[in-house]
Structures are given as structure tokens and as C-alpha cells.
Write a protein that binds this ligand. Structure first.
Ligand SMILES: Cc1cc2nc3c(=O)[nH]c(=O)nc-3n(C[C@H](O)[C@H](O)[C@H](O)COP(=O)(O)OP(=O)(O)OC[C@H]3O[C@@H](n4cnc5c(N)ncnc54)[C@H](O)[C@@H]3O)c2cc1C
Length: 387
């Protein structure tokens, strides 16, 4: 079987890459190992910007609209960040991913589900599909095969610097405000945080991510966390686990190969969100792949255009995010209580509400450092973490 580009994995990044490679004139085969598109563990919280980036607008995939967040310190003190208008959506990943895949097909890609890439030898990709073995000889392979990417391994490319464990349920929950997510920081989820994201009447996606043993932390949190355990009704409708890769490796391209999305940790280290960043990079991947095919040059040197473009678009933001993530991960509960207390000031909360951006958190951090000398009180706490 011949085609210019095979995209492995029909998540958001894979479908977007397939769409853009097709739009650029390449013949594209998009394959998905599962029998259905959109079965990924995910909270589905994406910014309004992310929805635009995915080019699908408002539709049946929108489950809720979010304008702000309640953030709780370990001692239970809460601060409110109110964006005052819709800042984010909660989506149904199954419908959302299907729509993105549909758009890739509309742009000209062929889509095969229940088709698993099983090996790559001398540029030939083996695909196992519905009991049959296919051999494809594409000019370029785009690995959009998620956190455990096999394409990355076959191409000899590196992995994420770290992978966090995420676990989430959809459960009956007394939501504080339908338009606000709740975030709990501290040893309740070491190294990351707990979230409760309102979904629809009386149901929330409640989950956490940690550096170790997420399931044990989730059980404990649902049973005994002073706020969450009182609101949670004790039964859940779904249960999901998944890894969150952070910190892209040095190289994301090789001769005839490009990696996108979770496969190469294009994920925001401050939130674990990867839909916006993955879609943004996948468009570049699709464009570069199509151009390389047109020019008859799929060398590592030619494909490095992708590397340059995606890093110039979000590379700096991801590395600042990684630093913030690392510093936050080193703070004790008592340090985090001090951080939330210092932020609990009308002027500071206004600045966060005004400049807070879930895709570009460095913007608000810079604003706060420049405009709020009061935060210098935190320098002792942060210096300890940076040491
Ligand atoms: C608990 C949790 C909560 C999250 N919440 C959010 C959130 O609120 N907002 C947000 O933006 N992000 C969130 N994320 C991250 C987000 O889900 C990912 O960043 C996003 O799905 C990455 O998209 P992708 O297309 O790169 O990979 P994926 O969505 O993982 O898609 C990869 C696809 O490749 C397929 N595949 C794998 N191997 C093969 C193979 N050999 N052959 C064929 N197909 C293959 C897989 O079946 C899968 O469909 C969350 C993640 C977790 C774990």
C-alpha cells in the first residue's frame, strides 16, 4: 500500500496533523488502534483559544462553560479567580475527537480504525488491522500515538522528561458553582493538584495527578478530604487512568519521522493540558510534512523546520511552565498555605483574573512579579524551593 504520509493515532494531534497534511496536498492514511475514536482519559477542560485552534467551534461536544476557578490551599483557605466571562469549555472527548477525525477525512485523509502500527523496518510500517497484516511504505510517518509512543521508540527519538500518573472519576458532587472549577493543592496530590470540574447537573469530573501512586491518593481524598469528601456522594459513573508526559525531549524529528502531541510531551506542565499545544504543533507538523513530500526531501534536515517552528511557538512557554511545575512540587503544605495567603489580596486577584491565561501562564507570573511588590514576601518560600 502506498501513501505519502501515515499518521499513527487519531487523537486530537493525529487528526489535526492528518488534516493539515491533506490540505497541503499529501495523500494521508490516519490509523487508530482502538475500535472507536475518542476513548482517552481526560478532563476535557480547554480554553476558548484551544477550541479556536482546533477549528471546530461550538457544538455537541461542549458540556459546560467555565469562567473561573476556586483554588484551595492545604489548610482549606480558598481564593477565587473570576474571569467574568467564558474562559474555557468542558468537552466530551468522544464527540470532540470524532469531529476532528471527521474533518481530517473531509480534508482528504483516509481513516482506518482498529488498525495498529506494530513495527517499522527500513521505512516500511506494519499495520495490523482487523486480523490482516498490511505493509505501508510512506514517505513520512507522523507519530501521534500518545504518551507511550512506539513511533518515538522506533525512530530512536527520546521520551518526555517525566510522566505523571492521572486518575479521574465522574461522580455525583455538590458543585459549588457550575461556572467554576475547583483546584486543591498540596500533599493531597504531591507534585500536582486535585481538580473537580463541573460537568452537568450534579456531576463533576474529579481527579488528581501525582508523581506516585495516584490511585491511593484518589481513594484517600474521596474518603477523607475535608471539602471534597463532603461534596462527593460516594458513587461514580466512570473511572479513568492515564499518564501525563511533561518536558519534550531534545529532538522531535528524524529522517522520515515527525512526532506530535503527547508522543513528544507537548503538554503544559502547569496544568497537564495537551489538547491546545498538541493541536497547535500538529498543524505545523502537517504543513511541514506536506511541503517536504512536495519537494521530495524528507531528510531530518528538511523536517527540522517543524522542530524550529513549534519550539518558537510554544517551546519557551513549556520550559517556563516546567520550572513553575518543579518549584511548586518542592513546596510543603505550609509553604503553599503561605503562597495562597499572599495571593489573597484584591489587587493581586484582580491581576490574576485579568491576565490569567491557562495556555500561557507565564504572562500572569510576569505581570505579578512586576506589578505586585507585596509578593516579595514569598521570595523566601520560593528561594527554598529553587535551591
Ligand atoms: C487524567 C487526565 C486528564 C486530562 N485532562 C486534560 C484537560 O482537561 N485538558 C487538556 O487539554 N488535556 C488534558 N489531558 C491531556 C490530554 O488528554 C492529552 O494531552 C491529549 O489527549 C493528547 O492528544 P494526542 O492526540 O497527542 O494523544 P492521544 O489523545 O493520547 O491520542 C493518541 C492515539 O493514538 C492511538 N495509538 C497509540 N498507539 C497506536 C498504534 N501503535 N497504532 C495506532 N494507534 C495508536 C491511541 O489509541 C490514541 O487514540 C488529560 C490527561 C489525563 C491523563
Amino acid at each position: 500500500m502506498e501513501c505519502d504520509v501515515v499518521v499513527v493515532g487519531a487523537g486530537p494531534a493525529g487528526s489535526m496533523a492528518a488534516k493539515y497534511a491533506s490540505k497541503g496536498g499529501a495523500s494521508v492514511l490516519l490509523i487508530e488502534e482502538r475500535q472507536e475514536i475518542g476513548k482517552k482519559a481526560c478532563t476535557g477542560l480547554i480554553s476558548t483559544r484551544a477550541l479556536n485552534e482546533c477549528e471546530i467551534g461550538l457544538g455537541r461536544w461542549i458540556k459546560n462553560r467555565i469562567r473561573g476557578a476556586f483554588i484551595y490551599s492545604p489548610d482549606g483557605t480558598g481564593i477565587t479567580i473570576d474571569g467574568k466571562e467564558t474562559k474555557a469549555y468542558v468537552i466530551n472527548r468522544k464527540i470532540f475527537d470524532r469531529e476532528l477525525a471527521k474533518q481530517a477525512v473531509k480534508a482528504g485523509a483516509d481513516l482506518l480504525v482498529k488498525a495498529k502500527a506494530t513495527g517499522l523496518k527500513n521505512g516500511k510500517l506494519n499495520i495490523l488491522t482487523q486480523g490482516e497484516s498490511l505493509e505501508v511504505n510512506p514517505k513520512i510517518i507522523i507519530g501521534a500515538d500518545g504518551v507511550s509512543s512506539r513511533v518515538a521508540k522506533w525512530a530512536g527519538l527520546g521520551r518526555a522528561k517525566k510522566v505523571l500518573g492521572g486518575v479521574q472519576i465522574e461522580g455525583l458532587y455538590d458543585v459549588r458553582d457550575q461556572g467554576f472549577v475547583e483546584v486543591f493543592i498540596g500533599s493531597v496530590a504531591p507534585g500536582f493538584f486535585v481538580w473537580a470540574v463541573p460537568l452537568e447537573d450534579g456531576i463533576a469530573r474529579i481527579g488528581l495527578c501525582t508523581t506516585a501512586n495516584p490511585l491511593r491518593h484518589l481513594r484517600k481524598m474521596l474518603k477523607s478530604h475535608p471539602i471534597v469528601s463532603r461534596r462527593y456522594h460516594g458513587s461514580h459513573l466512570s473511572f479513568e487512568v492515564g499518564g501525563i508526559p511533561l518536558g519534550p525531549p531534545e529532538r522531535t524529528t528524524a529522517e522520515g519521522t515527525i512526532l506530535v502531541g503527547d508522543a513528544v510531551a507537548q503538554v503544559k506542565p502547569t496544568s497537564g493540558g495537551g489538547i491546545y499545544t498538541g493541536a497547535l504543533c500538529a498543524k505545523i507538523a502537517g504543513e511541514v510534512a506536506a511541503a517536504a513530500v512536495r519537494e521530495g526531501d524528507v531528510s531530518a534536515k528538511r523536517l527540522a523546520e517543524y522542530e524550529r517552528r513549534w519550539r518558537s511557538a510554544i517551546g519557551r512557554e513549556l520550559s517556563i511552565g516546567m520550572k513553575i511545575h518543579e518549584v511548586m512540587g518542592k513546596l510543603s503544605d505550609s509553604d503553599l498555605n503561605k503562597v495562597i495567603k499572599a495571593l489573597d489580596d484584591p489587587g493581586i486577584l484582580d491581576t490574576i483574573s485579568q491576565y490569567g491565561d491557562m495556555d500561557y501562564p507565564s504572562t500572569v507570573v510576569k505581570k505579578l512579579i512586576l506589578a505586585k511588590p507585596r509578593l516579595l514576601k514569598l521570595s523566601g518560600v520560593l528561594a527554598k524551593a529553587i535551591r
